[in-house]
Every structure is written in structure tokens, then in C-alpha cells.
Design a protein around this ligand. Structure first.
Ligand SMILES: [Fe+2]
Length: 317
């Protein structure tokens, strides 16, 4: 969707007097064009016009990515505490910062060793979701359906923390571990050749088997780095195991699969079904859960799926 040398920035993050003075680009058809050069400040009026034209993202080029990401990440605590900023905007800020993190570790896996950075982001996500009076509304605010891989990781982490908080009443430290596992659940994809991930034709068995290795490769990578908890590691390693024993890599069944991994699997599939992709439209929540209950009857633990449903569709719709 966008050239590797550019990175999207949600317009909610661009505050005229605070945002770094960098060149900004916008999408025109399938091309990126210069929206403003670095030396022209962006005004409130510009932002209003972008909003009226429903432009959600501007782009920064590779020369500015670091400066912009560092600015957002260092100011996120302050921004989240700012009463002047509306909750949905805070959700978008947080989503942007968390997506930046995921993009960073996919592009530069050595960044994975900074576990403190990951935990800090996960903590912010957790606080935003669980401290909100309406956690589902909060979750909605942080979910972007653009930039699929990165947004999906943030969505799975947030959903999984919400379920673990509401259903299992986990302590904050354990919730962070769940979030770290969720945000990095597909990190092993960095070891899959990009030609396979981008292939639009049907995959050969050989290629599919390479993709299937992402769960174990992601686990090995985090285990070798050290510092990741068993809860986080289990989410990464076992999120493709299935209740009926037909998953991978170990064909574990039922409660042989750690609970966090079972919940992560439900969140992973739910997030994929409810996201727009180039080849399919997003399902709504009710439809997605109905599909998971029928087709996925043996795929997920009925008990856990029921609990998931009780949080996502609280009115029992
Ligand atoms: Fe996966």
C-alpha cells in the first residue's frame, strides 16, 4: 500500500505547536505527494481541512521516521494524561505509537531486545482499555483497519488483555505479559521470506509449511533474547494450536494448550474476521462470533469462546 521509505502518521498525532517540523506527504491515488515541506509549519486550519476531506493519515519519509516516532513515544504518557484531548483521539495516538513499535521490530528485529519499551506501550494500552468506563468503546478507538499486520498485532494484544482482565481478573503484571505476547504473537513472520507473504497466488505446501514455522521461530527468537515471561512466550508459540488438535506446530488439544494461547487464538481469528482486507469485507462482531461458534465449533474451546462472547457482545446479541 505504501512505499517502504514512508510511514503513516495519524493526523490526530499532529498538533501544530508540538509535532516535529518535518516534511509531510499525502496519498493521492496510489502515489505519495508532498503535502508540506519541513520548513512550512502546519496550522490548525490545515488540520481542519484534512479532517473535512476525511484524510486520516499523512506520511513521513525515512529521514524523519525516527524523529517522529521518538517524539510520539516520549510524549505519549503526557498526551494520555491531557484532559484536553478526547478519549477517541487518545486511542488513535496510542494505536499509532504501538503500531510504530510493531513496525520497528518487523523492520529491525534487534529492537526486540528493548523489552522495557514493549512493556511500557502495553501498560499504556492496558490502562486505556481497562480504566475506561466503556472498555469496548475504548477498544474501538484504538483499532485501525489500515496497515493490517501492525494494527492487527495491536488489536489482538488489546482484545486479549481485555478478556483476561474481565473474565479471569489477572493482576496488572500478568496482563502486561498477556499484552506483550499478543503484540508480538506473529513476530516469527520476520523469518518468512517476504516473497511468500506477498504472494497473491495459492501457496504451495512447501510455502505454507514455511509460514507455519512462524509460531516456533517467533518463540525461539524471544526465548533466546531472554526477559520474556512464560505467559508471553506461550501466546507466541501456541497461538495456532487448536482445541480439536488440528493446529500447529505440535497438534496440542484442549487444555494441553496454555489458556493464554487459547484466548490469543480466539482474538487472532476474531480480529482477522472483523478487519477489511483487499480481498474481503470486514464482518461485524455478531457475524464473526456466529461463524466462530458454527464452523469453529471444535476449533476453539466452547467454554472460552462463550466467555469471549460475553465480553464482546455483552447484551447477548
Ligand atoms: Fe500467527
Amino acid at each position: 500500500m505504501f512505499d517502504e521509505k514512508y510511514r503513516p502518521v495519524h493526523t490526530a498525532c499532529i498538533q501544530p505547536d508540538k509535532f516535529p517540523q518535518v516534511a509531510l506527504y499525502m496519498l493521492s491515488g496510489t502515489n505519495l505527494v508532498l503535502y508540506k515541506p519541513a520548513d512550512r509549519p502546519i496550522s490548525v486550519h490545515d488540520l481542519k481541512r484534512l479532517h473535512n476531506n476525511q484524510v486520516e493519515y499523512l506520511y513521513v519519509n525515512s529521514g524523519s521516521i525516527r524523529e517522529v516516532c521518538d517524539f510520539l513515544e516520549t510524549s505519549i504518557t503526557e498526551l494520555m494524561a491531557d484532559d484536553e484531548i478526547a478519549a477517541p483521539v487518545k486511542g488513535q495516538l496510542l494505536s499509532q505509537v504501538a503500531m510504530n513499535y510493531v513496525m520497528d521490530v518487523f523492520e529491525m528485529p534487534d529492537k526486540l531486545s528493548n523489552l522495557g519499551r514493549c512493556r511500557n506501550l502495553v501498560r499504556q494500552l492496558m490502562q486505556f482499555i481497562t480504566a475506561n468506563q466503556n472498555p469496548l468503546e475504548a477498544l474501538h478507538a484504538i483499532v485501525s483497519h489500515d496497515f493490517y499486520t501492525f494494527a492487527h498485532s495491536v488489536h489482538v494484544a488489546s482484545l486479549s488483555m481485555l478478556i483476561h482482565a474481565e473474565v479471569f481478573g489477572l493482576a496488572p503484571d500478568e496482563l502486561e505479559d498477556v499484552g506483550v505476547g499478543g503484540i508480538l504473537h506473529d513476530v516469527g513472520m520476520i523469518f518468512v521470506p517476504s516473497g511468500i507473504l506477498e504472494k497473491s497466488d495459492i501457496l504451495t505446501n512447501f510455502e505454507y509449511n514455511l509460514i507455519k514455522k512462524h509460531a516456533e521461530r517467533g518463540y525461539e527468537c524471544l526465548r533466546d533474547l531472554g526477559g520474556f515471561s512464560d505467559i508471553s512466550l506461550a501466546a507466541v508459540r501456541y497461538h495456532h494450536e487448536r482445541n480439536n488438535g488440528e493446529g500447529y506446530p505440535f497438534q496440542l488439544a484442549g487444555d494441553e494448550i496454555p489458556r493464554t494461547a487459547q484466548v490469543t487464538a480466539i482474538c487472532d481469528v476474531f480480529s482477522a474476521l472483523t478487519s477489511n482486507r483487499p480481498y474481503k469485507k470486514a464482518m461485524d462482531k455478531t457475524e464473526a462470533i456466529a461463524l466462530m461458534e458454527s464452523v469453529g465449533k471444535d476449533v476453539f474451546s466452547p467454554r472460552l469462546l462463550e466467555k469471549f462472547k460475553s465480553v464482546i457482545l455483552p447484551e447477548g446479541a
